[in-house]
Design a protein around this ligand. Structure first.
Ligand code: NAG
Length: 236
């Protein structure tokens, strides 16, 4: 159980828990996200060595073994080793390849909050800022969920970013940031042209619905000022 869930249970907000367990799609999306986060944390903890070691062992020799090097690229992204990333890219690593969890280096740098790595990766030819990981997560979803506002700004500043990217079944970065009560992320997203302030998540809830369930009054105020309504509203 996460702290959020424990809070929900102990404060008697039974409806939240009920909807959590009653909607299979919600369950699937959230479950897969938590599991993939745990896997990522576990993986990050177990991989403090970086691509540098690999490079020292001669991995930069051609022909480039992209499977091997790309794994190092993901590890360096998780650990924020920007110079290692640059060396690996110069040696021919494919910046777009997903890791075995289905996440690109851009996803990894985004959930860990390494904005310098994010910027290097966004500068690479062919890197898709909207690449989707498991259940549709983009780098922007990850940065929004984990409250990395500088990464959110870097991603939003990139041409072609889809600020309204949806998870399978629904759920934009704004839905996630509102659910977590991340005010900085919410205001940053609301400042971006074309962000859908009333996007529905996989259980049909708008950002304002989930901000209200979390008692995030600052977030509620910011959303309402931007024209947000609840899913029950006639204006929707
Ligand atoms: C890099 O990886 C991506 C994703 O798998 C692939 O679509 C692309 O063709 C690869 N690029 C090169 C140059 O191999």
């Amino acid at each position: 159980m996460t702290n959020d869930e424990i809070q929900v249970t102990t404060s008697g907000r039974g409806n939240s828990m009920l909807s959590f367990w009653t909607y299979p799609v919600v369950w699937m999306v959230r479950g897969a996200f938590f599991v993939s986060c745990l896997a990522m944390l576990h993986w990050a903890a177990g991989h403090t060595t970086s691509g540098k070691v690999l490079m020292e062992k001669g991995a930069s020799h051609s022909p480039v073994d992209n499977n091997h090097i790309t794994t190092s690229l993901h590890e360096a992204a998780v650990n924020g080793h920007v110079s290692v990333i640059e060396t690996l890219l110069e040696s021919g690593a494919n910046a777009s390849l997903p890791c075995r969890l289905g996440l690109t280096a851009l996803h990894h740098a985004s959930w860990t909050g390494h904005v310098d790595v994010v910027q290097v990766l966004l500068g690479q030819d062919g890197v898709d800022v909207n690449a989707k990981g498991p259940v549709g997560y983009t780098a922007l979803h990850h940065a929004a969920w984990f409250d990395h506002v500088d990464v959110v700004k870097a991603l939003l500043g990139h041409d072609g970013v889809d600020a309204n990217a949806e998870l399978i079944g629904g759920g934009t970065p704004l839905n996630l940031a509102a659910q977590k009560g991340h005010l900085d992320i919410v205001t940053t997203l609301l400042g971006h042209d074309g962000v859908d302030v009333n996007a529905k998540d996989s259980s049909g809830k708008t950002p304002l619905d989930v901000a209200q369930s979390g008692y995030f009054t600052d977030v509620e105020r910011a959303l309402i000022a931007a024209g947000a309504v609840t899913s029950g509203s006639d204006e929707l």
